[in-house]
Design a protein around this ligand. Structure first.
Ligand SMILES: [Zn+2]
Length: 167
């Protein structure tokens, strides 16, 4: 099942995803922030202490991550200001996703530690996963990949447009 799902994902894979993930020991979130190319790295918005980026391996179309710039892994490492801005950016991200995709709902949350499914335990990040009525029929088990109805670049462009219309 997993092999089949991974193959289905292949048409949407962008070359840089492979190049980023092959870098040993790197933190793709820190690398994305420092790359100087927000659109290539799928960074949608930079706030003062946190930023909004698309998940390279989305569970659903429009799956976003809210991330502090600082490379810290635990809730206790976050300052009050960072926590507050994470809340504010999450609120904005939902507004932008509403505008771009009109989902029926959201799962928003945190995977702390590898056991809980965190792919990158060293750099804390909040997931925002848009949900549509009936999509649970197709939701994969954790870590599996399914077909996404739009490519990452098309999704990026659509959310960017929603951000611009909102500001
Ligand atoms: Zn990092």
């Amino acid at each position: 099942m997993k092999d089949k799902l991974d193959r289905l994902w292949a048409p949407w894979r962008m070359e840089y995803i492979d190049s980023v993930l092959k870098q040993p020991g790197g933190c793709f979130l820190c690398e994305a922030v420092n790359s100087g190319n927000d659109s290539e790295r799928l960074i949608l918005h930079r706030a003062e202490l946190t930023f909004l980026i698309m998940n390279l391996y989305p569970y659903n179309n429009g799956h976003l991550l809210v991330v502090p710039y600082r490379h810290v892994g635990e809730l206790d490492d976050l300052t009050g200001e960072e926590l507050s801005e994470i809340g504010e950016l999450t609120r904005k991200a939902v507004r932008w996703l509403d505008r771009a995709f009109h989902p029926d709902g959201y799962n928003i949350g945190l995977n702390l530690g590898r056991t809980a499914g965190a792919g990158l335990p060293g750099h804390i990040h909040y997931h925002i996963v848009p949900r549509w009525d009936g999509d649970s029929n197709f939701m994969p088990v954790l870590g599996c990949v399914k077909v996404i109805s739009e490519g990452l670049a098309a999704t990026y462009a659509r959310i960017k447009k929603a951000i611009e219309e909102d500001s």
